[in-house]
Design a binder for this molecule. Structure first.
Ligand code: FES
Length: 185
């Protein structure tokens, strides 16, 4: 509480009170910023936004074209560099994909194993000859099209490149889930 001095004139007392209130308000704002800013900084910290970098340079998935038989999808890991604003981590598992060939001599296609519905993993149901996401029972055919279930779009196809030695390289991407539109995230 502010106690005016006995010899203060009334005008001078008001002036001093105003000054002290302004200083107190300023200190409060400064203290608030000191407490709040680290939290904000943490939220927008680039380390929280891992970036999958497999799209620009297709990554060798450790399989050759010959290993993919017609009607027998093969699941492979996709490994590559994970980078953010601060660091690069080489040889990290970025995800996985299904390699598919429908008929002999067809080019090999690659599909992300991430279900476009809510992001569960897609398996191969060999008995049905279909892909299945068991989370909410979405079935996809060999071309990745939805046959049945809640997925808003088909399996996400990834670009495939063939090395001169016949090794398969996949441009790995992640896509927005829960959307009918295929959008890179
Ligand atoms: S997450 Fe795949 S069907 Fe729901």
């Amino acid at each position: 509480m502010f106690v005016p001095m006995l010899n203060d004139a009334p005008g001078k007392t008001d002036e001093r009170r105003g000054f002290l209130q302004a200083v107190t308000a300023g200190l409060g704002a400064l203290l608030g910023a000191i407490v709040t800013l680290p939290g904000v900084a943490l939220l927008v910290h680039p380390l929280r936004k891992d970036t999958v970098d497999g799209g620009k340079d297709p990554l060798d998935v450790g399989a050759s074209e010959k290993q993919v038989k017609p009607g027998e999808p093969v699941m492979v890991d996709v490994r590559g560099e994970l980078k953010d604003a601060w660091m690069r981590t080489p040889d990290v598992k970025l995800g996985a994909c299904w390699l598919v060939r429908e008929k002999e001599n067809d080019p090999v296609k690659a599909f992300s194993t991430v279900c476009p519905h809510l992001g569960c993993g897609i398996d191969w149901a060999a008995k049905k000859n279909q892909f299945l996401c068991a989370c909410h029972n979405t079935y996809f055919d060999l071309q990745g099209k939805v046959l049945e279930g809640p997925s808003p779009r088909g399996m996400d196809e990834l670009d495939v490149k063939l090395s001169p030695e016949g090794r398969l390289k996949v441009a790995y991407r992640r896509f927005r889930i829960g959307s009918a539109k295929k959008e890179v995230v």
